[in-house]
Every structure is written in structure tokens, then in C-alpha cells.
Design a protein around this ligand. Structure first.
Ligand code: AR6
Length: 172
């Protein structure tokens, strides 16, 4: 496995990195799952800043400060809701990761922690989502040397197992 890429079981709100990624919705006003956890730990300033952003389309991402989080920034990314696979969900999820990495490059982020976007409330099949996440990460790392450390933070064991398999497959 690449030294740049790590898979852990844990809570993304505890990661002391340049930026953590939030699995947000198009309103950027908070919600359940990882979104709820991030807003709880960051404190109310986060939603105040998010209110000024005017939402975000599916496939997009926007960046804020991390406030009381140990992470300096939060990249709010909006993945697609799984609708059976015929609504372009795979391409939309890939686009979501590309939007995250555009912000990583623009803001010279050197360490990044990501959750398994769309695989909770949005019900994207885990293996497919994981392969897309790891493929897009690999593609970005090949083109950009500034990002030194990527952590896939998994909240549940099946997610962890899927990432370990996808990282081994892609990074060797
Ligand atoms: N750290 C890391 N991963 C977590 C954490 C955490 N603290 N908490 C949950 N997860 P979800 P989605 C995992 O539902 O599918 C929200 O209401 C979780 O186990 O958070 O993209 C938003 O506002 C799963 O593996 O995000 C949206 O409306 C992964 O994070 C909607 O849910 C994603 O699950 C987005 O749905």
C-alpha cells in the first residue's frame, strides 16, 4: 500500500489534518450522519459560514474553515443519491471527488481525510463507491505532488474492508 494513503476505522471529526471532507447535501445547512457529527464538533460558526455559500449542486464541493475541529478546513462535498444506477450516479460520484481535489489543489492542502461519501443515507453501493473514491484519489496523486497524506476514515467495519481491498487493488 502507498505510504501516502491510509485506511482507518474511526471518527473523521478527530482527524488533525489540513482538511476533512464532509458528505453534505445541496443546502450545506447540516444534516445527519457525518455531516451532523462535523457540525456538532465544529460549533455554530460553521453553519453561519455555510449559510453564506448559497448551497452547492450535486457533484460539487465548497470549502470553509474548521472552527473547533482539529482540522483547519472542511470541504463540503455533495454526492449523488443512489437511484438504482441508471441516473448517472457513478459519474456524479466521480465528479464529487474531482471537485474535492480541485479545492485541495487550489488551497495547497497537504493532508486530507475523507469519509465514504454517498454510502450512508444516500445508499450508494459500498464496493462501487469505494472503487470510485480510490480511483479518483490515485489519479489526483499521480498528477499533484503537494498532497502528501490521504486518510480514508471508515466508521464501520464493512466500509474499512471495502477500502482496504480497493486501495490494495489500485495502489498495489
Ligand atoms: N466519521 C467518519 N465517517 C462517518 C461518521 C464519522 N463521524 N459518521 C458517519 N460516517 P452519510 P451520505 C460514515 O449518511 O450517504 C446527511 O444527512 C457513514 O457510516 O453521513 O453521503 C447529509 O446532510 C457512511 O459510511 O452521508 C446528507 O443529507 C459515510 O459516513 C446525507 O446525509 C457517509 O454516510 C448524505 O448522505
Amino acid at each position: 500500500m502507498s505510504e501516502q494513503v491510509q485506511v482507518i476505522l474511526g471518527d473523521i471529526t478527530k482527524q488533525a489534518v489540513d482538511a476533512i471532507v464532509n458528505a453534505a447535501n445541496t443546502t450545506l445547512q447540516g444534516g445527519g450522519g457525518v455531516d451532523g457529527a462535523i457540525h456538532r464538533e465544529a460549533g455554530p460558526h460553521l453553519v453561519w459560514e455555510c449559510r453564506k455559500l448559497g448551497g452547492c449542486p450535486t457533484g460539487g464541493a465548497k470549502i470553509t474553515k474548521g472552527y473547533y475541529l482539529p482540522a483547519k478546513h472542511v470541504i463540503h462535498a455533495v454526492g449523488p443519491i443512489w437511484q438504482g444506477g441508471t441516473a448517472g450516479e457513478e459519474e456524479l460520484l466521480a465528479r464529487t471527488y474531482r471537485s474535492v481535489f480541485e479545492l485541495v489543489a487550489q488551497h495547497s492542502i497537504t493532508s486530507l481525510a475523507l469519509p465514504a461519501i454517498s454510502t450512508g443515507a444516500y445508499r450508494f453501493p459500498l464496493d462501487r463507491a469505494t472503487r470510485i473514491a480510490v480511483r479518483e484519489t490515485h489519479s489526483f496523486l499521480q498528477r499533484h505532488s503537494g498532497l502528501k497524506h490521504v486518510v480514508f476514515v471508515c466508521f464501520e467495519r464493512p466500509t474499512y474492508d471495502a477500502y482496504v481491498a480497493a486501495v490494495a487493488e489500485t495502489f498495489g
